[in-house]
Ligand binder design. Structure first.
Ligand code: ZN
Length: 163
């Protein structure tokens, strides 16, 4: 069975207890930028309910031009002010480096990606780099950002202190 079929079936049951529509503006005025990792159930991890927060995810939870686009919309159009970062232990981006990854993509497809994978080794440094990029963005109304690392073994969230 294709995954989409299992998902459509699961949704039938899940929607029975769906609470209904909420305001489009996130109730807790917060945007979360997190890694796409399959082991981080963000709503549970952060105690979020439907309608509480924007959630922006990508590989690594890194700050890209498109993340800035989403955060800018989140703040200017939809009223969020705080930004929370969630990176994590055992990230897939720690198992490669930008050059090796681009080499592998080029070897497999004949095309070298114009973007960097944004691999890293030190997760705390990676969180600090993301906080720096947010603070440097000229488009945001609020640069109130704090960063965390989620431990995929314990389920615990640890705040990263500024260097
Ligand atoms: Zn990750």
């Amino acid at each position: 069975m294709a995954e989409i079929d299992r998902m459509l079936e699961a949704n039938e049951r899940w929607a029975e207890s769906f609470p209904g529509s909420k305001p489009v503006r996130p109730g807790r005025k917060v945007a979360v930028v997190a890694c796409m990792d399959s082991r981080i159930p963000l709503f549970g991890v952060l105690g979020l309910e439907i309608g509480d927060a924007h959630v922006i995810r990508n590989a690594g939870g890194v700050i890209t031009e498109d993340v800035i686009r989403s955060l800018t919309i989140s703040q200017h159009a939809l009223g969020t002010r705080e930004i929370v970062l969630v990176h994590h232990t055992e990230c897939g981006l720690q198992s490669t480096d930008d050059i090796s990854f681009a080499d592998a993509v080029e070897a497999a497809t004949g095309r070298r990606p114009p973007w960097a994978a944004r691999a890293f080794t030190d997760v705390d440094q990676d969180v600090r780099e993301s906080m720096r990029l947010i603070r440097e963005s000229p488009y945001l109304l609020s640069r109130e950002v704090r960063g965390t690392v989620f431990d995929v073994t314990t389920g615990r969230l640890r705040e990263v202190q500024e260097a």
